[in-house]
Design a protein around this ligand. Structure first.
Ligand SMILES: [Fe+2]
Length: 348
C-alpha cells in the first residue's frame, strides 16, 4: 500500500527568549533564518521563527515559538531530541565549535553506528548533530561554519515513549514507516528510501513520567511529516479515521503549508504538512527570506497591535538587517483553498 507521507517536514519547539533563540539557531547551530512571523493561534502575539538549510527545504525546517509565559515539563510522550545531520568526519569541528560557544556536551557517542554529539539550547531543548555519509543536502554558511561542516537538515527526531508497541503500530500502520533496527533503547523507523530526513527513532523510557503537552518553554511541541498536497492530507485524515485515530484535526491553513494534527498513542503530537503554492517564498523573495517580520494576510490589519506585544530582536549579520515591514496585498483567511468543501467551511 502507498502512504501519503514522504519524510520529515518540520519540528516545532517552544523556546525562551526571542533573541537568545535567534542567536543560538543562527550562530551555534548555524541554520538560515528563513521566516519571521507570529503564532497563528491564540489571543496573544508570539513570534514564530523558521530556520532551515540553504535551500529552505522541508526536512530541514526548525520552527520555534519564544514562549516565556510557561515552562514546559520535559518527559516521555514528547519529542526528546532534535537531530541534524552533518557530513562524515565533521564532528571534531563541532566539538571545537561548541567549546568556543561554551556549550556543554558529553563528547562523541554512537547510535546505529553513526557518531553524534549531544548538546542543549539555552531554553533546554536537546539537540544533536549526527554524521551521515550519504547526506547530500545543501547547508548554510556562517562566519564560523563553512558549507562543509554545516547542518544539512534533520536526520530525524528522537521520540521518548514509555511503551514501544502502540507507537510502533501507529507509525507503521497509519503513516507507512517500517522498522529498520533496534540499538539498545533506540528503535529506528524509516520511510521511503530511508536515511536522513526520512527517519524517526523511538527512545524507550518506560519509567519516565509524562512530559507536558501544551506550549511551554524548553519542550518540542510536535513533529511534522511531509505530504504532497491537500489531497494527500485528506487521504491521511481518512487513513487515521479508518484505523480509529479519530481525533485528527481539520485541515488548518498555516499560510506556508496546510496541516492536520493527531495525538499519537505515545503522547507525541504528529502533524502532516503539505506545502502551499510558493511555500516559504510566497510572501518574500527567496534571497530575502527571514529579513523582516511577515504576518499572514488575515492578521496584517492588526500589525501595530501585534508589534506592541513582541520584544525587539536583532537579526545577526549575514541574514540581513530588519527593514521596513512588507507590503502584503490584503486578503482574507478564507482565501486558502482546500480540496474539500467541509474543510473550507471550517476556516471561515
Ligand atoms: Fe507544525
Amino acid at each position: 500500500m502507498d502512504y501519503p507521507v514522504t519524510g520529515i517536514h518540520h519540528l516545532t519547539a517552544c523556546a525562551g527568549g526571542a533573541q537568545e533563540d535567534i542567536d543560538f539557531f543562527t550562530k551555534v547551530v548555524g541554520q538560515r533564518l528563513i521566516k519571521q512571523t507570529i503564532l497563528f493561534d491564540g489571543r496573544y502575539a508570539h513570534y514564530h521563527f523558521y530556520y532551515a538549510n540553504g535551500n529552505a527545504e522541508p526536512g530541514s525546517v526548525m520552527t520555534t515559538f519564544p514562549y516565556k509565559r510557561v515552562n514546559g515539563r520535559p518527559g516521555s510522550g514528547q519529542v526528546q531530541c532534535i537531530v541534524y545531520t552533518v557530513a562524515k568526519g565533521t564532528l571534531p569541528f563541532w566539538v571545537d565549535h561548541l567549546n568556543r560557544h561554551r556549550v556543554v556536551h558529553p563528547g562523541i557517542h554512537q547510535r546505529f553506528g553513526q557518531p553524534f554529539l549531544h548538546f542543549a539550547h539555552p531554553a533546554g531543548l536537546e539537540i544533536e548533530v549526527i554524521e551521515d555519509p550519504d547526506e547530500t543536502r545543501v547547508g548554510w554558511s556562517t562566519e564560523e561554519i563553512g558549507e562543509a561542516e554545516s547542518v544539512r537538515g534533520f536526520h530525524g527526531p528522537l521520540l521518548s515513549v514509555r511503551e514501544i508497541a502502540e507507537e510502533e503500530t501507529f507509525f507503521v500502520e497509519a503513516l507507512g514507516f517500517r522498522k529498520t533496527g533496534v540499538d539498545g533503547v533506540y528503535h529506528r523507523f524509516e520511510i521511503g528510501k530511508g536515511g536522513a530526513g526520512k527517519t524517526l527513532v523511538l527512545l524507550h523510557e518506560p519509567n519516565r513520567p509524562s512530559g507536558s503537552w501544551g506550549f511551554g518553554a524548553g519542550t518540542v511541541h510536535h513533529v511534522a511529516l511531509e505530504v504532497a498536497d491537500d489531497r494527500a492530507l485528506a487521504e491521511q485524515k481518512g487513513l487515521y479515521e479508518e484505523l480509529g485515530y479519530t481525533d485528527c484535526s481539520e485541515i488548518k491553513d498555516r499560510n506556508y503549508f496546510h496541516s492536520i494534527y493527531v495525538r499519537s498513542p505515545g503522547g507525541i503530537l504528529v502533524e502532516c504538512a503539505a506545502n502551499a503554492p510558493g511555500g516559504f517564498a510566497r510572501d518574500e523573495a527567496f534571497n530575502q527570506l527571514g529579513r523582516q517580520l511577515l504576518l499572514p494576510p488575515w492578521f496584517e490589519h492588526r500589525r501595530t497591535e501585534i508589534l506592541s506585544m513582541l520584544e525587539p530582536i536583532r537579526v545577526p549579520d549575514g541574514h540581513g538587517p530588519v527593514v521596513e515591514p512588507a507590503t502584503i496585498a490584503a486578503s482574507r483567511r478564507a482565501d486558502a483553498t482546500f480540496i474539500r468543501e467541509e474543510t473550507e467551511a471550517l476556516t471561515t
